[in-house]
Design a protein around this ligand. Sequence first.
Ligand code: FAD
Length: 349
Amino acid sequence: MRFSGDLQGVENWSTAHDALDELRACGIETDFFCKPAKNLDMVGGREVTRLALPTAGWYLVERGAAATSLDQRLYAQALAAGVTVHFGSTLADDEADILATGPRKRDVVAVGKGIVFETSAPDMSVMLLGHALARTGYSYLLIADGRGVMCCGIFDKFETIHACYDESARLIQSRYQFDIRSPKSFGGVEGFSLRPTFRRGRALVVGEAAGVQDLLWGFGIRTAVRSGWLAARSLIEGTDYEALARAQLLPGMRASAVARWLWELARFDDYELALKVLRAQRDQVGFMRRAYGWSGLHRALYPIAAAALARRYKHFSAQAPSAAKLAEAATLAPVASQPALEPGVETQN
Ligand SMILES: Cc1cc2nc3c(=O)[nH]c(=O)nc-3n(C[C@H](O)[C@H](O)[C@H](O)COP(=O)(O)OP(=O)(O)OC[C@H]3O[C@@H](n4cnc5c(N)ncnc54)[C@H](O)[C@@H]3O)c2cc1C
């Protein structure tokens, strides 16, 4: 429902292992359109940072109804595995084993608006930063194999999304040369919770329905898949999904909350300084991985970050950490010590 052929990135920076290996370790065939991307222009204030990474920083995939999209190939793989799909009828929550229905209204933290189009322009990835342009989010242009998407995602003042999108589109088109054919609009919200709901009644809740997301930049595909895989495994093996999901997903989610808080503090110069810091890193992917790792620093900053973010996201207020929760946050295992996903593949944070 949210996506209509747009390109999204499966991030490949939050773990030392490759994101596609992780999907394969979950039993997913990577037979969908998937293009590794290593080059990114990050534009912030007067700074343009050209990242040229040694390995794939992210994989571009299609979403929505196209035959080669992630969604449609997962659907085909489910059918091949013997799943029966009932369209046009709704299952009561208490009849479901797993709920994977996407973001809930009460968890909304960001909203995105964009267009998908066909183009003859070469592949490119551009990220545009700027408080007036995208609040504390970002706008982007992604082109891969003749498919293009131009989108703006904002984390604040949602009523400004149309103006932010228009201004971002104008700026992107003034800086980059590309043609737009057969444009189609798309858009949607993203949900995140500081205290994800991993169970509702007897149903195990996964992905954004549970509030599982990346609060820094909204890269939720990997955690959605990961939580779905954990839930399915726990049904088969009789293990405790809630405990596994909390141990494996919460550290990364909380680290992303700390990273978002710091990111919002860095907005004062439209991210010029932040881009300089990123550019100065010898290992930029490693730098991003540290941002998503649940380190001692993250643990120390988490209470301040959670309280600060709760001022803006009202649903976080009810979830602001109590003294007991703070103690629990401090004891969450760092990512590196999580159990392995499958032999040879580390656990995702
Ligand atoms: C504009 C935008 C850009 C994004 N870009 C990226 C990106 O580049 N990289 C990234 O990693 N993440 C990105 N995300 C986030 C990512 O798309 C989500 O985190 C991810 O899709 C969550 O997966 P999910 O399975 O929880 O929900 P969804 O992918 O939304 O899937 C939920 C499905 O459930 C269906 N459904 C809903 N209600 C019912 C019901 N009652 N019965 C049956 N089915 C139902 C919906 O139709 C939908 O197909 C983006 C999000 C937005 C809005």
